[in-house]
Ligand binder design. Structure first.
Ligand SMILES: NC(=O)CC[C@H](N)C(=O)O
Length: 390
């Protein structure tokens, strides 16, 4: 199968090719760095938030295609980042804006991609790409501006490593612990300076590739926030005397992350715990559940979730390719949220320990703010627990 738009190729940009392991090839124009990158090809249905998506460490090992057609019109800036650098393996769009216009914009998207060495392709029929992934399920692919031989690229895509069984967290885990001191950005205003209150609750985050907006939310609620590498042991966490423990999002397959699962098993019950996305999967696995790979995943900022505790629907931001297997759920966990598109588990809580988690992203960035209340619930759990222990 071949998809391409010859009219697009008459522009002056160099050619780029996206080849799938099953022989499907998309031809387009290079709009990022020169090079060649392999990854699982996934799609995101958000209309905005491309810079947050590019810098979300959970996309490590994945080539991301946006379904919205025109990407880049509001440029890029230094604030809308979810980590210190773009993390996607590659980026695919139907059409890139050649003009960017926004009062916050500092650099155009294509210059940003080049500067950060991200291989990217435009001029791709992203509707055809999405339909292909939806019907065939997740596929490995290769994006190249250097090798334009279709057969050779398809072979390389087939031989590439893929995500399953691989510890991708190790690639994005921070090297050392640090204190976090940035609140949520207020558009058009300077970030406020704050004097730390030593008696404020102390939240210790286990960072498996944590999106920064989670830390901003935790800090914004008045907490002291310390971020530890996700490889930290339970005694390293407890040595910091946390009032609450946060388990972050992160890339790839949760199954090989035994070191994290063991740590969380030891911590469960000792302090209040809140997990997001990979953190949710790991908290569930530590309690005895299993995960499975979804056919093609949930990625976008328009995923409906039902909160079973109050019967409200939340429109959520999501980015995951694995989910907790319902039939494996141990008795100690209760389902609190469900994804309304496919009924998979979107949230759980522990029946006896102060611990809960969601498969989606209450920190948004980008996305709707419907689920922000979960940070409030964590704060309450932390407060109740510290009163109880006094
Ligand atoms: N955003 C995340 O934390 C993703 C979790 C996991 N890597 C998945 O794809 O399911």
């Amino acid at each position: 199968m071949f998809f391409g738009e010859e009219s697009e190729l008459t522009r002056s940009d160099a050619a780029a090719l996206l080849a799938f392991e099953d022989g499907t090839v998309f031809r387009g124009r290079s709009i990022g760095a020169d090079g060649e990158k392999a990854g699982e090809v996934v799609f995101n249905t958000s209309m905005t938030g491309y810079q947050e998506i590019l810098t979300d460490p959970s996309y490590c090992g994945q080539i991301v295609s946006m379904t919205y057609t025109e990407i880049g019109n509001y440029g890029t800036n230094n604030d809308d980042v979810e980590s210190d650098q773009p993390r996607v393996a590659g980026f695919v769009v139907r059409s890139e804006s050649r003009v960017h216009s926004n009062y916050r914009s500092q650099e155009g998207l294509t210059d940003y991609l080049k500067r950060h060495n991200i291989v990217a392709i435009a001029g791709v029929d992203t509707r055809a790409l999405v339909r292909h992934i939806r019907s065939h399920g997740a596929l490995k692919g290769i994006l190249s501006t250097s090798d334009l031989d279709e057969a050779s690229l398809v072979r390389k895509a087939k031989e590439s490593q893929g995500l399953v069984g691989r510890d991708l967290v190790r690639e994005v885990i921070p090297a050392r612990a640090r204190a976090w001191n940035q609140a949520l950005h207020q558009l058009g205003q300077q970030d406020p300076a704050r004097t730390e209150d030593p008696s404020a609750p102390h939240i210790v985050c286990l960072d498996y590739g944590m999106k920064w907006n989670i830390a901003r939310h935790l800090y914004d609620r008045g907490n002291r926030v310390t971020i530890l590498p996700g490889s930290a042991t339970a005694s390293e966490v407890m040595a910091l005397n946390p009032d609450g423990i946060f388990l972050s999002n992160g890339p790839g397959d949760p199954e090989p992350l035994e070191y994290a699962i063991n740590t969380i098993r030891e911590l469960t019950g000792q302090r209040p715990i809140f997990g997001i996305c990979l953190g949710h999967q790991l908290l569930s696995m530590a309690a005895g559940a299993k995960t499975f790979k979804l056919k093609f995943g949930h990625r976008g900022s328009n995923q409906p979730v039902l909160n079973l505790l109050n019967e409200r629907v939340e429109i959520t931001s999501q980015n995951h390719g694995f989910a907790v297997e319902e039939s494996s759920l141990p008795d100690c966990l209760e389902i609190t949220h469900r994804n309304l598109n496919d009924n998979t588990i979107a949230g759980v809580r522990h029946k006896s320990a102060p611990a809960f988690s969601v498969q989606y992203h209450p920190e948004a960035s980008a996305g709707p703010h419907d689920s922000e209340y979960l940070f409030g619930e964590f704060q309450q759990l932390v407060a109740q627990n510290s009163t109880a222990s006094k």
